[in-house]
Design a protein around this ligand. Structure first.
Ligand code: COA
Length: 349
């Protein structure tokens, strides 16, 4: 009798499915990269640096910069979301929630997520921002997945958008070579083939506070003439210390999710690391004894776009991804914050 009801009424079938254990899948990815390019040659005119040093020590050839002063992270996020809706054939009215990972929100208040909803026509969705620096996309993905897993939401968009040029000091050669602007977005839905997110490992450690930060502009040290004069509104880091912490943090997090899932590293088809420095990515692969050809890398074209790096990689490599591929996403950033998510890719483009 009950089975008969289920078969006859697809809505009841859906409710039953929701009450079970829901697997959450990424069902689409898109990104936005601004047109203007800042090359190493351009940087040579701004600071005492050169293409050879940047390529050897960091592996970045160029980055994209959003030059229009009237546009920022909300605009880039909305462009990524509009493309995502179009390519996945998603009705904007069906999206319920949008989470934006960013350290460069358009304003302190209001949040950027709700601006993205408005700009991309998500008339029914609500949004909120999340700040976990360069790990922001991972933390937002884990957060968004919980809403679907709980059975209360069916379509959640997770955006990583950062206009890093707005907090980059173009007189500091140790940081201005690193960052670029971009946004990426993924659609999360209940999986229809059991493929999706499998393991999530997230970590935080306030020991990172003095190693990577924007010193002023928050409630502890509000902006003033003095803070601006001392250039404290720009991002600063102790590069060597962060480098070592990033390699260790990402390698350990990747190992953790692989072992929790009962896999070996040979079972993983792709590692998708945050793109901060080519040497960091290479060192993580070496620590894992994992072939570099199976690591997604596009840092040479975009630099470190903070919350956007992982969706930007997924977007570029999407044509190569097959349904059933096992991916480990991993990131490390300010805070410190870091982690890894192991998932099975749920669709073929
Ligand atoms: N061009 C030329 N020389 C530069 C330079 C540049 N753009 N930036 C720094 N240097 C110089 C330094 O002044 C230093 O000179 P010195 O030996 O005379 O003092 C020398 O190069 C080495 O500096 P160091 O800071 O040790 O270089 P590095 O190899 O550690 O590279 C970073 C610097 C920032 C690229 C690197 O440490 C890094 O990528 N760190 C982690 C970044 C990161 O992950 N950040 C975000 C986390 S998401």
């Amino acid at each position: 009798m009950i089975l008969g009801l289920l078969l006859l009424n697809p809505k009841i079938l859906y409710i039953c499915a929701m009450s079970g254990d829901i697997t959450v899948a990424i069902t689409g990815v898109h990104a936005f990269v601004p047109e203007d390019v800042l090359t190493n040659k351009d940087l040579e005119k701004l600071v005492d640096t050169n293409d050879a040093w940047i390529m050897e020590r960091v592996g970045i050839k160029e980055r994209h910069i959003l030059k229009d002063p009237d546009k920022a992270s909300a605009f880039m996020g909305a462009e990524a979301v509009k493309g995502l809706l179009q390519k996945t054939g998603t009705d904007p009215e069906d999206v319920e929630l949008l989470i934006c990972a960013t350290v460069t929100g358009d304003y302190q208040v209001p949040d950027t997520a709700n601006q993205i909803c408005k700009l991309s026509g998500l008339s029914r969705a609500y949004g909120f921002d999340l700040n976990a620096a360069c790990s922001g996309f991972l933390f937002a993905l884990a957060t968004g997945a919980q809403f679907i897993k709980a059975g209360t939401h069916r379509k959640v968009i997770v955006v990583g958008s950062d206009k890093m040029s707005s907090i980059t000091d173009y007189t500091d050669r140790s940081t201005c070579i690193l960052f670029g602007d971009a946004a990426g977005a993924v659609l999360l839905e209940p999986s229809i083939n059991e493929f999706g997110l499998e393991q999530i490992a997230l970590y935080g450690d306030a020991a990172g506070k003095d190693m990577l930060r924007i010193k002023s502009g928050g409630s502890l040290r509000p902006p003033s003439e003095e803070t601006v004069a001392h250039r404290e509104h720009f991002v600063w880091q102790d590069g060597r210390v962060v480098f070592k912490a990033a390699v260790k943090g990402m390698a350990e997090a990747v190992k953790e999710v692989i072992s929790r899932a009962g896999y070996q590293s040979a079972d993983i088809d792709w590692i998708v690391p945050h793109q901060a420095n080519y040497r960091i990515i290479k060192s993580v692969a070496e620590m894992l004894d994992y072939p570099l050809e199976k690591v997604m890398i596009n840092i040479q074209k975009y630099g470190n776009t903070t919350a956007a790096t992982i969706p930007l990689c997924l977007w570029e490599y999407e044509p190569q991804l097959k349904e059933g591929d096992k991916l480990v996403l991993t990131a490390f950033g300010g805070g410190y914050t870091w982690g890894a998510i192991l998932l099975t890719w749920a669709y073929q483009k």
